[in-house]
Ligand binder design. Structure first.
Ligand code: HEM
Length: 500
């Protein structure tokens, strides 16, 4: 365990009023002129300052995240204000504990330079630098998701990105995918309502969306969902204002977050949990591990846990935010996975993409290094920066007191559940009485949204249909009629009227 501040890692001593150097630290001759042989001769490859500068510049870009490429990050702290030790033995969740945090908020489909104010879910990723190792909560600002099986995720994302021929974004393929994958209905209804474009990152909630497991010291298990509720209240942008801002300030959300923190106007969120005793999952009305469903707060009310405060903006975006690697696979003892097939797929995908995006030693980069000690037998690889004492062998078992696995301290096998048989199975999840695709979407549109919000929902959807072809267009109206008959009919009528 080190006491270093994650936000200070990698910071060089002040460079004000010093000589410019090569990347090897030796002073260079000129910032303005490369060396030539004579006044009109060839430039020399031996001009180390020139070559070093150009070669490094040529390599400045790294692959952007395949999704959630545009984002903003900030450091802060999570403080536990309540006592949830009856539900989890995770050290960082014990009463009074304070843990440094890195947060990154993002837009899903757009590229690194895309506009902040588009209609899209927002990422809500947190890295807790706990004394037991890094714990990441990689959620969204929505409690649900478009699909429920990881095998569909690449197809879903392809439909949200760009066409292969012209590289255009295309509502036709989005609606094609959504209306064929009808488990998307709840998330799509959410997306086209007011909450589909938050006014700022500070005024949006964050959700784990998935169910996770919490395990207490006695080994009792609970299914849990995380809700980070913004203390500012939720704020939304209407479509026309979002469109205007995308033109005048595509960095609107990023700028707002940094400016607020610079002004000492620190955004805070209260963490509240829905907690389901382990044995209630079987008989709950919906499959509690289906990420397209919420758990009713009447059945599982929100239990407060603590407060997240963001109080420090990055000193270097590339090092501290672009190179940050969040992953649902980063758990600590007292927290486990659940039988949510999306979650289990994500556990593989994040470290996999990060090895590609940042290199095999990405966990040694400043934002990813844990405060807890890293003791293992991985070594070497590109850009290795850390190493064990030479007396610690590079293999196990060994006769030299090298580290040994400790199942009691590991989150590993603590999280577990009943798989319901051991035959290979591909199909809908284990059935529950209300597992259909449209009921919760209907409740959202008819009971949660006001009449005015429903009007905006209709207009937001109709505004995307101009380029949608048959038979997809007819399917869009049928899809919405299955969510809410009146809303679907209005969409069809308003769209047809707009063509007159
Ligand atoms: C099987 C489904 C999914 C797959 C395969 C997947 C895959 C990915 C990948 C490859 C990245 C880029 C990571 C990086 O380069 O560091 C990413 C980023 C992200 N994903 Fe997912 N994702 C899935 C579902 C979800 C869901 C359901 C949520 C929210 C509940 C989510 C939230 C995020 C967030 C917030 C980020 C950005 C993290 C950051 O700020 O660096 N993803 N996802």
């Amino acid at each position: 365990m080190t006491n270093e501040k994650p936000s200070e890692r990698g910071l060089r001593p002040s460079a004000h009023n010093t000589a410019t150097t090569t990347n090897a630290g030796t002073p260079i001759t000129s910032d303005d002129f490369s060396v030539q042989q004579g006044k009109q001769g060839y430039i020399g490859l031996h001009d180390v300052g020139l070559v070093d500068k150009l070669a490094h510049f040529d390599r400045e870009r790294i692959p952007e995240r395949v999704v959630h490429a545009k984002g903003a990050g900030a450091f802060g702290e999570f403080e536990v204000t309540e006592d949830v030790s009856a539900y989890t033995c995770a050290d960082f969740l014990q009463p009074g504990k304070k843990t440094p945090v890195l947060a990154r908020f993002s837009v899903v489909a757009g590229e690194k330079g895309s506009a902040d104010t588009v209609r899209d879910p927002r990422g809500f990723a947190l890295k807790f630098y706990t004394e037991e190792g890094n714990y990441d909560m990689v959620g969204n600002n929505t409690p649900i998701f478009f699909i429920r099986d990881a095998i569909k995720f690449p197809d879903f994302i392809h439909s949200q990105k760009r066409t292969p021929d012209t590289d255009l974004q295309d509502w036709n393929m989005r609606w094609d995918f959504w209306t064929l994958a009808t488990e998307s209905a709840h998330q799509v209804a959410w997306l086209f309502g007011d909450r589909g474009i938050p006014s700022t990152y500070r005024e949006m909630d964050g959700f784990s969306s998935h169910a996770f497991q919490w395990i207490n010291e006695k080994g009792e298990r609970f299914w849990v969902k995380y809700h980070f509720k913004t203390d500012l209240g939720n704020g939304y942008l209407p479509q026309d204002e979002a469109d205007r801002l995308a033109g005048v300030d595509p960095e609107y959300h990023r700028r707002d977050l940094y400016q607020a923190i610079k002004d000492g106007n620190y955004p805070t969120w209260t963490l509240k949990m829905q907690i389901m005793p382990e044995d209630e999952a079987e008989k709950y009305k919906v499959n509690p591990f289906d990420i397209t469903k919420t758990w009713s707060q009447k059945d599982y009310p929100l239990i407060p846990v603590g407060k997240l405060t963001l109080n420090e903006i990055p000193k270097n975006f590339h090092v501290q935010v672009e190179q940050a690697a969040f992953s649902p696979s980063n758990l600590v003892r007292g927290v486990g996975f659940s039988p949510d097939k999306m979650l289990l797929g994500r556990v593989f995908a994040y470290p996999d993409t990060q090895r590609h995006r940042l290199g095999g030693n990405f966990e040694q980069l400043p934002p990813n290094r844990p405060l807890a000690n890293v003791n293992n037998y991985s070594h070497q690889g590109a850009a290795a920066m850390e190493f064990s004492e030479p007396t610690v062998p590079t293999y196990v078992p060994n006769s030299y007191d090298g580290p040994r696995a400790d199942a009691e301290k590991s989150p590993g096998d603590w999280g577990r559940w009943e798989p319901h048989g051991d035959e290979p199975y591909r199909g809908d999840p284990y059935p529950h009485p209300e597992d259909d695709d449209f009921s919760q979407a209907h409740v959202l549109v008819r009971e949660v949204m006001s009449e005015e919000e429903r009007d905006r929902l209709v207009s937001n959807v109709v505004g995307t249909l101009g380029e949608v072809e048959e038979p997809i267009l007819s399917r869009v109206f049928d899809y919405w009629r299955k969510i809410d008959e009146e809303v679907g009919n209005r969409m069809e009528k308003d769209f047809k009227d707009s063509l007159k």
